[in-house]
Design a protein around this ligand. Structure first.
Ligand code: PHE
Length: 331
């Protein structure tokens, strides 16, 4: 057997190897059971002891050389240095970046407007006592206004809050005026259709101080409304009723699609309702331990999903909670 010619042949074969499969082939050809080296090793026993020792050592050296040459070449192939072509002009893979849920985005916009007006942020519980959800808000048990929310009850005295107004009472109990807060969080009502989900989000504002007037309410809420929808939108205050405010208003912005002329989106009225508000009822101040002779205030409540629907012009509110990325990725 001619070791030199095997070596030469191997080197030539190796230089042509461009894939892992080629290397496997080389391993079989030079080190496998049918290889020349293998059969030479097997027939060492036919030789005399001196020849056997010399030939054995040489064959083993050749075998180790081939093995490590194949291994080195494998390393080169997987690091892409030789053989594998890399096209550096190909566009890279896009790195997908997540983003905030549209509801969170609306909240953050409202927080920014609130902070710019000196409001700080407060929170209240979602599982609430009757006193905070209704009673202290001037909605006694037999008051027809309790119909306004088909409330989820845990027991007669405990419910899932139907609005964030519970936080007004909780905050006033613990703080003296001046008070200037926005509260936020999940609220619950037994409603389910294209514009209502049983769980939804609200933002509540409360300002209490001496000498607070209805024109303060108008100024602050115009800033909120135009902050969300744009300075070019008109704001309108319409008389309304809430048991916990007196007088009460609903606030509309002019329709962005028709500019107030009337279209399908605004039901041909030119206006879109965006929130409820009013001057805090003296009974509510009293129930929270605040002297209603000395202090006045105003409060407002905004439905976040409603704002999101108007702002993003979606006609099905439930989409915000389906977690379908094809929808969410648009924001
Ligand atoms: N709590 C009222 C609602 O959920 C909104 C509101 C809050 C109205 C504060 C006036 C003052 O509809």
């Amino acid at each position: 057997m001619d070791i030199q010619s095997i070596k030469k042949q191997f080197e030539e074969d190796l230089s042509k190897a461009v894939s892992k499969d080629d290397l496997v082939g080389l391993k079989v050809k030079y080190l496998g059971k049918k290889s020349e080296i293998y059969s030479a090793l097997r027939s060492l026993g036919d030789l005399n002891p001196d020849e056997r020792r010399a030939q054995g050592a040489e064959l083993n050296r050749l075998r180790t050389e081939i093995e490590s040459a194949i291994k080195d070449r494998g390393g080169e192939l997987s690091s892409g240095e030789k053989g594998v072509k890399v096209d550096f002009t190909e566009p890279g893979k896009k790195f997908e970046l997540g983003h905030k849920h549209p509801i969170t985005q609306i909240y953050e916009e409202l927080f920014e407007i609130g902070k710019s007006l000196g409001f700080s942020i407060a929170e209240g519980p979602e599982i609430e006592a009757d006193w905070y959800s209704f009673e202290a808000l001037n909605i006694p048990k037999d008051h027809p206004a309790r119909d306004f929310a088909d409330t989820f009850y845990i027991s007669e005295e405990v419910n899932l809050r139907p609005h964030t107004s519970n936080t007004q009472i909780r905050y006033m109990e613990r703080h003296k005026p001046p008070i200037r807060i926005i509260a936020y969080g999940r609220t619950y009502r037994k409603d389910s259709d294209v514009t209502h989900t049983p769980m939804f989000h609200q933002l509540e504002g409360l300002l209490v101080d001496d000498r607070v007037t209805f024109s303060d309410l108008k100024g602050v809420l115009t800033t909120f409304a135009q902050g969300i929808f744009g300075k070019d939108r008109k704001v309108r205050f319409r008389p309304h009723h809430f048991p916990f405010t007196e007088p009460s208003v609903e606030i509309d912005v002019s329709c962005g699609l028709c500019g107030g002329k009337g279209c399908r989106s605004c039901k041909y009225s030119g206006w879109l309702e965006i929130l409820g508000a009013g001057m805090v009822h003296p009974n509510v101040l009293k129930n929270s331990g605040i002297d209603s002779k000395k202090y006045q205030g105003f409060a407002f409540g905004i439905g976040i999903e409603r704002i999101a629907m108007l702002k993003y012009e979606t006609d099905d509110l439930r989409l915000f909670f389906d977690n379908d990325l094809r929808f969410l990725e648009q924001f």
